[in-house]
Design a protein around this ligand. Structure first.
Ligand code: TRP
Ligand code: SF4
Length: 405
């Protein structure tokens, strides 16, 4: 089995919804940019997930895929640091999804809050489909496939990660029990040497009897350092720590994406469905125009009326884009009617245009050479498939489907 350090591995995906906006940039993408240097990252386009809600009109999906990947690259996601791939081009995801579906109780899927919520919200669509019910399980397959320890997601996705943990636990419990597991685990402890073996036992007891999470962490770290035991024994001892069998599919943790402070043009959260967005790659004139026509404090009708920044969405943008001096200038100027709104908006528009300049620049190259983008994704898919195959082979084998053909 391939040895994957799941604590170092991050996986995340986005449904292809078209061009990204500044809300995505300040929320998800900036987080990915940071993570790509700290972890072994897999980022992918969840095009099958898009199909669960857009099965009637799937023709826009392809364009959305390429637009989104160009946005990632233009924002600075580096294919040298992270593996970028397309879900449907790694069909192993479908195979794992199918195998996991065998052990997943229907009730788990029906109880995931997004199931009813989304059906309610997207009333115009018929989401009483098999595919839509299985949405979170397909997501579980995406995650478990790469043995990812951390999954950056927004708060709305946490229930999917929770379910993924339950599926992993059930899977390990069912298929991680080799014959003679206890004896094999005990044997593995002896192989670590007297002192380490004793320490392992103490930590295990502390966790099993008192639920001491710190002891669990220390024991895991201890196992990671062991040079003289086989990978199989290590996996056994990871499983033995928590009383179960071998850990075949490690349980992931959600890594909550910092809530984007990015307000939309109307002061609500920036979102495509509110029609209040500024694109990540917008031409400077459009940015300037969008900011210029932005709503301000409604009490400030005339230039001579004092205003209140707290009631103005422009001020929210200043909080994202402006330094202390400028912010002070806004507060004073607005409340004393010392500055006009057009004047106040200028530094915000300039800052956004400045932020986008290198992004637009980088994107241009990819727009002009689509082959470049396709090449990056093709290579990422190859790498992802290799990693996926390792997990799948083990899953197949413990489920008794390893035929010597
Ligand atoms: N459901 C996620 C969303 O809508 C997208 C997604 C699919 C995903 N598979 C994933 C996110 C696996 C993280 C991990 O945002
Ligand atoms: Fe808003 Fe600035 Fe006008 Fe005050 S001066 S209302 S903060 S745009």
């Amino acid at each position: 089995m391939a040895s994957v350090d799941s604590q170092r591995r991050v996986l995340s995906g986005m449904r292809p919804t078209g061009k990204l906006h500044l809300g995505h940039y300040h929320g998800v993408l900036k987080n990915w940019l940071k993570l790509q240097h700290e972890y072994d990252c897999f980022f992918f386009v969840a095009d099958w997930h898009a199909l669960t809600t857009h099965y009637e009109d799937p023709h826009g999906i392809e364009q959305s895929v390429w637009d989104m990947v160009i946005d990632w690259l233009a924002a600075g996601i580096n294919p040298g640091s992270a593996t970028l791939f397309l879900q449907s081009r790694v069909p192993e995801h479908a195979e794992l999804h199918l195998l996991l579906s065998m052990i997943t109780p229907l009730g788990w899927l029906e109880r995931v809050p997004t199931y009813k919520d989304q059906q309610e919200k997207l009333k115009e669509k018929d989401l009483a489909t098999y595919g839509f019910l299985g949405y979170p399980l397909l997501q579980s397959a995406d995650i478990l496939m790469y043995r990812a320890g951390h999954v950056p997601v927004g708060a709305d996705q946490v229930s999917h990660i929770e379910m993924t943990r339950e599926v992993a636990r059930r899977f390990n419990h069912m298929y991680g029990r080799e014959k003679g597991f206890e004896e094999l685990a005990e044997g593995a402890i002896t192989k670590m040497g007297k002192k380490t073996g004793k320490l392992y036992r103490t930590l295990r007891t502390r966790y099993m009897e008192q639920g001491d999470a710190e002891a669990l962490e220390t024991a895991r770290a201890l196992l990671k350092e062991q040079q003289n035991i086989s990978i199989g024994d290590r996996e056994r001892l990871f499983g033995y720590l928590e009383g179960g069998g071998k850990v075949i599919l490690p349980e992931p943790q959600p890594l909550l994406t910092p809530e984007a402070k990015m307000p939309g043009l109307d002061g609500q959260k920036m979102s495509k469905s509110y029609g209040n967005t500024i694109g990540l790659r917008e031409d400077p004139d459009t940015v300037a125009k969008k900011i210029k026509t932005m709503r301000t404090d409604p009490q400030r009708v005339h230039r001579t009326d004092p205003g209140d920044p707290e009631k103005c969405p422009v001020w929210q943008l200043h909080q994202v884009y402006s330094d202390q001096d400028t912010q002070q200038w806004v507060q004073q100027g607005c409340r004393s009617a010392g500055i006009g709104c057009i004047e106040c908006k200028k530094p915000v528009a300039d800052a956004i245009i400045e932020e986008q300049r290198p992004i637009v620049e980088r994107a241009r190259r990819y727009e002009q050479e689509p082959g470049l983008v396709r090449g990056i994704i093709a290579e990422g898919c190859d790498q992802a498939r290799d990693a996926a195959r390792d997990t799948l082979n083990e899953v197949i084998s413990v489920m008794g489907l390893h035929y010597d053909l």
